[in-house]
Design a protein around this ligand. Structure first.
Ligand SMILES: NC(=O)C[C@H](N)C(=O)O
Length: 281
């Protein structure tokens, strides 16, 4: 069994080996999950959604609409590992974070000039088309280890100028991500309301259960979302054989994958730049 990892957005070089959700030891890169630099809601705050799922036992943890948390994906993992629940939101998530010793991070220190400018621009009436809201800062990862264990994780600030308290696809199991050792792992990005309408991550896995490859399943899922609800987005996928793909119906999606000591990177359609891992480190 080969091991493989695929991620969207903001890669960091790892120093040495990293341990993942179970025994994923390939650890050639780290993914920095969303928060710093995320998009702002209508009031100028960062409110984050995040989900993580362990394909071995279908355990998962999620948080939604959390504020002042530097790494919401870590909080989602704590929900999975330390509670009997799967999703904590707002104040409850904040209280849980406190109880777990996660420090509050002031909103201002999480905001970048780029996201503030975008927020200001989009405040003007009719200046916030959906296409402009997608694409900043949602990150995700899928991985399979040498024992066939799979996992997915996704985190996001959502859509620019979203309403306060809006919860998107990312926090919703089966929409923002799903992992099942029997089939594969998926992490999605794109217009959250569209993704939720078609439950995109689970839909893609459903197509894989019917015998489609990750690439065919991604195309089928994204095409269905486009034709049925006019939604665009993207997905990174790995199946139980370690085959992976990164597909999107948006103009671009930054992604990277590692398999068999090769690093693959792309942004635009049809791109797949391959670099030996040792040269990338
Ligand atoms: N860029 C994104 O992926 C946004 C995210 N899916 C949301 O709607 O919350």
């Amino acid at each position: 069994m080969s091991h493989c990892a695929c991620a969207r957005f903001q890669l960091h070089r790892a120093r040495g080996r990293k341990k993942g959700l179970s025994s994923f030891e390939h650890g050639a890169f780290l993914v920095r999950f969303a928060c710093h630099g995320s998009v702002l809601n209508e009031k100028g705050y960062i409110e984050m959604d995040a989900i993580i799922m362990d394909g071995k036992n279908l355990d998962s943890g999620a948080v939604s609409a959390v504020r002042n948390i530097a790494n919401p994906i870590k909080l989602a993992r704590l929900v999975m590992e330390k509670t009997d629940h799967m999703l904590l939101t707002c104040e409850g998530a904040t209280l849980f974070a406190k109880a777990q010793g996660i420090p509050e991070t002031p909103n201002d220190t999480l905001i970048t000039e780029r996201s503030r400018k975008r927020w200001m621009k989009n405040l003007k009436e009719n200046s916030n088309p959906i296409a402009d809201q997608i694409g900043l800062g949602t990150v995700g990862a899928v991985a399979i280890d040498c024992e066939g264990n799979m996992a997915c994780a996704t985190s996001t600030g959502g859509l620019t100028n979203k309403m306060v308290g809006r919860v998107g696809d990312t926090a919703c199991i089966g929409s923002g991500g799903y992992a099942d050792n029997n089939v594969g792992a998926v992490s999605t990005t794109g217009h959250g309301e569209s993704i939720m309408k078609v439950i995109l991550a689970r839909l893609i896995l459903h197509y894989m259960e019917q015998g489609k490859s990750p690439e065919e399943a991604a195309d089928a899922g994204l095409n269905y979302m486009k034709s049925r609800v006019e939604g665009t987005g993207g997905a990174i996928i790995v199946n139980s054989s370690g085959d992976w793909t990164a597909k999107f119906s948006t103009n671009q999606m930054s992604w990277a994958a590692v398999k068999d000591d090769q690093l693959h990177i792309g942004i635009y359609h049809g791109e797949n730049n391959v670099i030996p891992l040792e040269k990338a480190l």
